[in-house]
Design a binder for this molecule. Structure first.
Ligand SMILES: C[S@@+](CC[C@H](N)C(=O)[O-])C[C@H]1O[C@@H](n2cnc3c(N)ncnc32)[C@H](O)[C@@H]1O
Ligand SMILES: [Zn+2]
Length: 372
């Protein structure tokens, strides 16, 4: 089956069924992820002009490596599966990109041996088994996809604890729990090598989390990154939340809003920002019309640019249901919060999600008159 994506052409085993490509080596549902990767690499190269080498650590069809090589990166594709290696090599050749290297290796060994400016981890499931090797030698940027959203957001609790050395909780803001559990584990992995991470772009999109971590290879930067870790207590009854920084948990025992005792405590999670607004604006500018997901990608960047840095989001529908009141239009709801002096922004987790610095009680006072 022939696939065209981002201006390159690939041959992948599999068939097109009802217009949808089906192949073990090519997932069309990750096209937005890959389009944003190319735009992010373009923005990053402007920002860090010595960045040249890119490791597509789990290449499969080689699509990421092919697209990065076509964009001028010095690419190495790696995969542990011989069929994937042959396919990646053939796809590079098909696009006249024979200069790119293809490695048939366990990429963990490769990452320990060789240095790369940018490493892109895109495994099946959790990326954590590959994180230490990536942070040990990478110079500038580690890009990570995690598709194991059930463990990340606490729905598969034991698996989440095992993979991320943290306690995830299944809350009403589950995609953001996943984002912050992942970033916490990655920051702690990097800190082992005296490396500080700054997430310059992160998004949770349909069943995966994607993050881009700019590295600063010095102990003080690692210490600074760890300062962003902490715990969040969430009330299951009234949806109140409270976050506190630090590695020693001092969780709430009683909800200060409703007096309830059903509090979920998660951590250590990343409580800091998960994107750099200016960088995201730059990424948005670098998405060309020719990318199939251009409109979606730009919309996502715009929401990320304006999203508040509060550590958890709310879902307006869940909140109103909890109050026993009908939901109104999101814009009106957010306008009511702003009129009462609070900050409020849409969040990128879905059309009814938002962030605010108002507590759940303050939100009720600010908005409930309009919800009758
Ligand atoms: C989700 S696919 C990659 C998809 C691809 N990056 C894309 O954008 O279409 C995961 C790939 O990782 C490879 N893989 C798994 N473990 C690996 C390892 N230890 N070293 C190298 N490759 C590995 C698998 O063979 C598989 O091809
Ligand atoms: Zn409560």
């Amino acid at each position: 089956m022939r696939v065209t994506e981002g201006g390159v052409e690939l041959e992948v085993p599999g068939e097109q069924t009802e217009g949808v490509e089906e192949s073990v080596f090519y997932n069309p549902r990750q096209e937005l992820n890959r389009d944003l990767t190319i735009a992010t690499l373009r923005a990053f190269r402007e920002h860090e002009d010595r960045a040249e080498s890119y490791l597509d650590a789990m290449a499969a069809s080689g699509i990421r490596g092919v697209r990065a090589a076509a964009d001028g990166w010095d690419v190495t594709c790696c995969d542990v599966e011989p069929d994937a290696v042959d396919l990646a090599r053939a796809n590079l050749e098909r696009n006249g990109l024979e200069d790119a290297r293809v490695e048939h290796r366990n990429v963990t060994a490769l990452m320990h041996e060789s240095m790369f400016d940018v490493i892109d981890l895109d495994p099946y499931g959790t990326p954590m088994p590959f994180a230490d090797a990536a942070f040990s030698r990478c110079r500038d940027l580690v890009c990570v996809t995690a598709t194991d959203t059930a463990p990340l957001c606490g729905a598969h609790f034991n698996s989440g604890v095992r993979s991320y050395s943290a306690v995830p909780q299944n809350t009403d803001y589950h995609p953001e729990m996943g984002v912050r559990i992942l970033l916490s584990a990655l920051a702690r992995s990097a800190a082992r090598f005296d490396v500080g991470v700054e997430p310059i772009l992160t998004h949770a999109t349909s069943h995966y989390v994607r993050t881009y971590l700019e590295l600063d290879r010095k102990p003080t930067a690692a210490d600074a990154a760890l300062e962003h870790l902490g715990y969040v207590s969430s009330c299951e009854d009234c949806l109140y939340r409270e976050a506190e920084h630090g590695l020693i948990a001092d969780p709430l025992e009683t909800c200060p809003n409703c007096g309830g005792k059903r509090l979920l405590v998660a951590g250590p999670i990343w409580l800091g920002p998960y994107r750099d607004r200016e960088f995201v604006a730059d990424v948005r500018e670098r998405i060309p019309d020719s990318f199939a997901t251009a409109e979606k990608g730009r919309e996502l960047c715009t929401t990320l640019e304006t999203e508040l840095d509060e550590p958890t989001h709310y879902d307006q529908h869940k909140l109103c249901k909890n109050w026993g009141l009908p939901a109104n239009a999101m814009d009106d709801f957010l306008a009511d919060l702003r009129e009462s002096g609070y900050e409020a922004s849409p969040a990128h987790y879905g059309g009814t999600t938002f962030k605010t610095d108002a507590s759940v009680g303050e939100m009720f006072d600010a908005t409930s008159d309009s919800l009758e």
